[in-house]
Design a protein around this ligand. Sequence first.
Ligand SMILES: Nc1ncnc2c1ncn2[C@@H]1O[C@H](COP(=O)(O)OP(=O)(O)O)[C@@H](O)[C@H]1O
Ligand SMILES: [Mg+2]
Length: 251
Amino acid sequence: MNAPSSTPMLEMRNVIVDFDGFKATNDLSLTIESGSMTVVIGPNGAGKSTMCDAIIGRVRPTSGKVLFHGREVQGMAEDKIVGLGICRKFQTPGVLVALSVIENLTIAAAKDKRWWTKFGRKGEDEAKAKAEDVLAQVGLEGRRDTPAGDLSHGEKQWLEIGMVVATDAELLLLDEPTAGMGAAESTATADLIKSLLGKHAVLVIDHDIDFVAQLGGHVIVLHQGKLLREGTLADIRADEEVAAIYLGRAK
Ligand SMILES: Nc1ncnc2c1ncn2[C@@H]1O[C@H](COP(=O)(O)OP(=O)(O)O)[C@@H](O)[C@H]1O
Ligand SMILES: [Mg+2]
């Protein structure tokens, strides 16, 4: 099961996703190492969400490969890829509004775990314990028994991040986790995401440059489905082509 250490955790190789002749990702190649943070920026329509879809099996690449620990996953069903240890938070909130915060987390912790059905009570206890840990990690202790539908927008986003964390996935994909948040909430979200590194690798998609600066990870700029540049945010900011096509227009 252990791949050689030279094998990256995740690799996309020349991935093309073609929607009826329009290449939403176009010959996209990148690697993500275990425990690391990768931040993907780029204008609307650059192919950021499609890139996530291709990693997690929501769309099938027209050509190219997606390798997780050296194993080809392109073309696998999404639930199988999730079972291998990749989990995605969607751009639109997807919490179960009638259930409490702790119930949402418990369901996420129990998801796809075979012991849940195999060992019954024990699995249930483990999922509950995990949910309590994650509750504290995302700072929602005070909202433990609140129905998810009554949370503020920011709190819902943190619950959703918690639900991804509760699955124990090795790679977390967070698509615009600060959408609709104010500055203070964004800062808290950056701190939360940074606290996940090491145990998890995190790929964050966002277009708010202040938030990207707070995250401080390896930055990838997508443009028209292609990887335009990668490096530190300082490298990216100093790049004239990036400034011309993107940063000048960023909020
Ligand atoms: N299912 C689809 N069918 C056709 N075109 C799509 C589909 N999904 C995305 N696209 C197009 O692909 C491009 C990239 O979209 P997306 O990956 O959502 O960009 P981003 O997340 O960077 O804003 C957009 O032009 C979008 O309209
Ligand atoms: Mg998107």
